[in-house]
Write a protein that binds this ligand. Structure first.
Ligand SMILES: Nc1ncnc2c1ncn2[C@@H]1O[C@H](COP(=O)(O)OP(=O)(O)O)[C@@H](O)[C@H]1O
Ligand SMILES: CC(=O)N[C@@H](CCC(=O)OP(=O)(O)O)C(=O)O
Length: 292
């Protein structure tokens, strides 16, 4: 028993350099539907987020919810087609997407964080015109590509001690338009606009795998392009790596694709030497300072 307490104290002590490194850092965490799992996984994620805020990090949660959307569409007898990891979205589908993401999933995460003592506030890309989109591709219907980001609402929330939890649903340029945005795309656009220190993309695999099925701990933009071209990176992993490249290009220091099924995935990545998953980072020095 005594030994366990000693180990706990040592773990905390060893985390000191990482705690110091990340104080004041903005960390955007994309919580994918497949990583949400059961209540325990949700509570575990929520505890990590609250701990991050407690030690002086500004966590910003952007979530998905693809499996939950599928479940409701199934009940309604609506089928989805997928193109390059994105859901083809007609009018009926976008209504279900908004109900499930902004309603059910967003509030479930908010509640889980608040249950752990955090102060989560749930919004979508529509609130304060956070994310304004245009149609990504005519083939995809109401799938949005963010074209205008207004991230002040996020800064206002985290500077006031709150944890923003954001559903990837957005407004369009025209009145009454609603767009379904891929969760990874939304997280990348938000991280880019905030020039975040880290973007963690939580998913249900150990990282990006190469042809031999091994997890790659570091990836360059050239690796990513080659792996998409030869089909090694496919399906839902495509928007993730494309997001990572774009985010790094926009000034995010590093993007890490992390296994969200592992307990304390965020803490493992941020606060231990071990790190986790696949990292895509810029070798360029930061050009633009982050505005407060
Ligand atoms: N090269 C690859 N490495 C790892 N996963 C890959 C790769 N190519 C395709 N995938 C698939 O991408 C999936 C992750 O994307 P997705 O299902 O959209 O996750 P999430 O719901 O967490 O956002 C993995 O479960 C895996 O099946
Ligand atoms: C355009 C598009 O594909 N939107 C996604 C939004 C949810 C999402 O991204 O969920 P995950 O992160 O759980 O996959 C969808 O309709 O499923």
């Amino acid at each position: 028993m005594d030994r366990d307490w000693i180990a706990t104290a040592r773990t905390l002590s060893e985390a000191l350099p990482y705690l110091q490194r990340y104080t004041g850092a903005v960390v955007v965490v994309k919580f994918g539907g497949n990583a949400m799992g059961d209540e325990e996984a949700m509570a575990d994620f929520a505890r990590d987020i609250v701990l991050m805020r407690q030690v002086g990090i500004f966590p910003v949660v952007v979530h998905g919810g693809g499996p939950m959307i599928n479940e409701m569409l199934g009940k309604l007898g609506i089928e989805s087609q997928w193109v390059r990891g994105k859901r083809v979205t007609d009018k009926a589908t976008v209504e279900v997407v908004e109900m499930i993401l902004s309603g059910l999933v967003n509030k479930r995460i908010v509640q889980a964080i608040n249950d752990q003592g955090g102060r989560a506030v749930g919004i979508s890309g529509k609130d304060d015109d956070l994310m304004v989109c245009e149609a990504d591709d005519p083939e995809l219907g109401f799938v949005g590509r963010p074209v205008e980001m207004n991230v002040q609402v996020i800064r206002d929330l985290y500077n006031a001690g709150m944890i923003p939890v954001i559903a990837p649903v957005a407004t369009g340029m025209a009145d009454n338009e609603t767009f379904n945005v891929n969760g990874d795309t939304a997280a990348g656009a938000i991280a880019g606009a905030l020039r975040a220190d880290r973007l963690l993309l939580l998913t249900d695999v150990a990282g990006v795998k190469n042809k031999a099925g091994e997890v790659m701990t570091q990836l360059t933009p050239e690796d990513v392009t080659a792996l998409i071209e030869d089909g090694t990176i496919a399906g839902g992993m495509i928007p993730k790596v494309e997001t990572a490249l774009k985010a790094v290009d926009e000034g995010v220091r590093a993007v890490v694709i992390v296994d969200g099924r592992v307990a304390n995935a965020c803490l493992l990545e941020l606060f231990t030497e071990h790190g986790a998953g696949s990292m895509i980072r810029s070798t360029e020095p930061r050009v633009k300072p982050r505005s407060e």
